[in-house]
Design a protein around this ligand. Sequence first.
Ligand code: DGY
Length: 313
Amino acid sequence: MLPKVIATMAPPESVSSQLSDFCELLTCDPATGVIPDEWLQSADGMLCTLNTPVTAGLFSRAPQLKVVSSVSVGVDHIDLDAATAAAVPVGNTPGVLVDSTADLALGLMLAVTRRLPEADQFVRKGEWTNAWSTGFFLGTDLSRSTVGLIGLGPIGQAVAKRALAFGARVIGWTRTPREIPGVELMSMDEVLSGADITSLHTALVPETRNLIGARELALMKPGAILINTARGGLIDEPALVDVLQAGRLKAGLDVFAEEPLPANSPLLTTPNTVLVPHLGSATAATRQAMLDRAVINLRAGLAGEPLPYCVNP
Ligand code: DGY
């Protein structure tokens, strides 16, 4: 009998056909994501995304679980202590989404500095009736900017490389200081107060929740830009809304405290803000590479072998 695997999302056909070689797939209703209790009772594995909270309660209701494989690099949706206590290895998909996420961070920087969504709307609404003039729709240059990076893991470093290629000065803070070509390391407060554009690249863990609150936002220069392609929980969102509404800062945001962003979120009406729906890894090739890694982890876990990409001991 094949091991049973709960998939909390419907995997694409190419992936489900691979999976059917080595497991029986139980696919949750994508609209609700609800996992029936009777599935948990007999599940050997779980293939999930960052939408699925994998809680201590879930582990206690899944006595046979041998592996959780998440199609994500971030694992803040998974209670890793509970997984470890239940002796369930948790797999993620590091490495393969570095370039796509770094590209999006740069895209958001350019969208905010050059006001691209606003300019697009201006043209589409038929408001472009004036002749070209020297003071029209002005933005700022990356090449004349200091880009500050909070977190210098693989994605932070990939953003640094890109920002340097654009001619920016790059400053950064990391909890584990080490030489990174072209990046001037300093304290987090110095990065926040020295940068024209600050981009967040740390994982969301208890110590980094609300890392950027009212105090940190107040350190940023007037008119500075905050970019977040990491996790919404890194920012105290109400505090950010206040400074955006006051016109003190600008932002490019891919991730939010609550996703999808609620229809009544005050972020939807903040000026100087570009919002995109958690697209950091959203290219066809990257998503395929993430799925491939997740399948490899799942297969190893079901076979009782070490996961190639494991986040808990
Ligand atoms: C991840 O893998 O954690 C990303 O947020 C997905 O885009």
